[in-house]
Design a protein around this ligand. Structure first.
Ligand code: ASP
Length: 353
C-alpha cells in the first residue's frame, strides 16, 4: 500500500459534521469549511495532499436532491484524472441515498468515492467526526503497487467500517454506529490496522474510462403496505400519469394482502409500463415471491423481485434507469441484474467468505 504522493479531493456538502449552534434558536445549522478545518488540526499529519471543494451553501442532507447528485458527478468527473480518490462530507440522513445514486451515475468507477459525516458536530468534545474524516481521507488515498485504488467503489465510511454505498442503510439516529449493510459483508474494518475483505470489493476494468451520468427521472414512489390499506388511496397514487416506477415495500419475503383490488391495480400499472419492484420491509433477508401464495400473486401481476436490495438502492436505480432507457422491458431486466453490486440475485456470495 502506498499513500505518500497521492491526492484526495474533499468535497464538503454540509451535514452535522460541519454544523454549529445558531445562538438565537439553539438548533444546529451548517457552517463553512473553515470551521471544520479549525477543529481538525490533525489533518496536517495526513500524508496524502488534500484539496477542498466546498459547496457555496453547505446543506442539511434532508435538502439533497437529484440536482445535487448531478453536481457531485460533475465535480468528480472534472477532477477524475487529478485525484487518487474522493471524500464527500455529507449529512447522515440521506447519505445512503446519495451513495446509492452515485454508484449508478459513476459507471465503471475505478477510484474510491467515500462518503462520511458524523453524529456529533466536529466542534463538540466527543465528536465522531474527526475519526470518520481522517480515516476516510486515508482510505481514499490508498493504492496498490500498480497505483490502483484499493477500494474502487462508492462507499460509506462510518464508525470503523467501510460499507458498500448502495448496500447501506442508516440504522440508528442516536448511536455513533449509524450505518450498516444488512445484506452484504463489510468491505473493510478500520481497527489498529485496516482489514480489507478484497473478495467483497468490486473489481472494475481499470483500462476502461469512467462514464458519468447526470440525468435521473425521479417520477418514482415508495409505497409501504400495512394491514388495513385502502383501495381508494392506493388507486389515486398509482393513477398519477407521471408515475414511472413503484417501490412496493411488502411483508417478510415479499408478501402482500390477497385483496383482488390490489392485484388488479398492480396489474394495470405494469401494463401501463410502470415498473413495480418488490422490496421487503425487513432490513435483512431477501424477496422470494414464490415462497408463499401471497407473494406468488404479486409475481403474476408483473411485480418484479428486488431481491435483497435496500430501498435507497432500488429507488435511485429506478431513477437512473428511467432516465437512460425508454423501454420498460430493459428497465425490468436491469432491475433484476446487479449493475453496481447493489443486489445479489443469487446467494452465492455468502459462501465466498
Ligand atoms: N440532519 C443532518 C443531515 O443529514 C444529520 C446528520 O448529518 O447526521 O444533514
Amino acid at each position: 500500500m502506498t499513500q505518500a504522493e497521492n491526492k484526495v479531493l474533499l468535497i464538503y456538502t454540509g451535514g452535522t459534521i460541519g454544523m454549529g449552534r445558531n445562538p438565537a434558536t439553539g438548533a444546529l445549522e451548517p457552517l463553512d469549511f473553515n470551521h471544520l478545518r479549525d477543529n481538525v488540526p490533525e489533518m496536517k499529519y495526513i500524508k496524502a495532499s488534500i484539496d477542498i471543494y466546498q459547496f457555496e451553501q453547505p446543506i442539511d442532507s434532508s435538502d439533497i436532491d437529484t440536482a445535487t447528485w448531478a453536481k457531485l458527478v460533475r465535480i468528480i468527473n472534472e477532477n477524475y484524472q487529478v485525484y487518487t480518490g474522493f471524500v464527500i462530507l455529507h449529512g447522515t440522513d440521506t447519505m445512503a441515498y446519495t451513495a446509492s445514486a452515485l454508484s449508478f451515475m459513476l459507471e465503471n468507477l475505478t477510484k474510491p468515492v467515500i462518503l462520511t459525516g458524523s453524529q456529533l458536530p466536529i466542534g463538540q468534545l466527543r465528536t465522531d467526526g474527526k475519526e470518520n474524516l481522517v480515516t476516510s481521507i486515508e482510505l481514499a488515498s490508498l493504492t496498490d503497487d500498480k497505483g490502483r485504488a484499493l477500494i474502487p467503489e462508492v462507499c460509506i465510511y462510518f464508525s470503523g467500517k467501510v460499507l458498500r454505498g448502495n448496500r447501506a442503510t442508516k440504522q440508528n439516529a442516536d448511536e455513533f454506529n449509524a450505518f450498516n449493510t444488512f445484506n452484504y459483508p463489510h468491505l473493510c474494518e478500520a481497527g489498529i490496522n485496516f482489514t480489507f475483505h478484497f473478495h467483497h470489493i468490486l473489481k472494475p476494468d481499470f483500462s476502461k474510462p469512467m462514464i458519468p451520468h447526470v440525468d435521473l427521472n425521479p417520477n418514482i414512489i415508495v409505497f409501504s403496505l400495512f394491514p388495513g390499506i385502502q383501495e381508494n388511496v392506493v388507486h389515486h397514487l398509482i393513477d398519477a400519469p407521471e408515475l414511472r416506477g413503484i417501490i412496493l415495500r411488502s411483508y417478510g419475503s415479499g408478501n402482500a394482502p390477497q385483496q383482488p383490488w390490489l392485484i388488479h391495480l398492480l396489474c394495470e400499472a405494469t401494463e401501463r409500463g410502470v415498473c413495480v419492484v418488490n422490496i421487503s420491509q425487513c432490513v435483512a433477508g431477501r424477496v422470494e415471491m414464490g415462497r408463499y401464495n401471497t407473494g406468488f400473486q404479486l409475481k403474476d401481476a408483473g411485480v418484479i423481485s428486488g431481491y435483497d436490495s435496500t430501498v435507497e438502492a432500488a429507488t435511485t436505480k429506478l431513477m437512473y434507469l428511467y432516465a437512460r432507457y425508454d423501454d420498460v422491458n430493459i428497465i425490468r431486466r436491469l432491475m433484476n441484474e446487479s449493475i453496481a453490486g447493489e443486489i445479489s440475485p443469487s446467494t452465492a456470495y455468502l459462501s465466498e467468505e
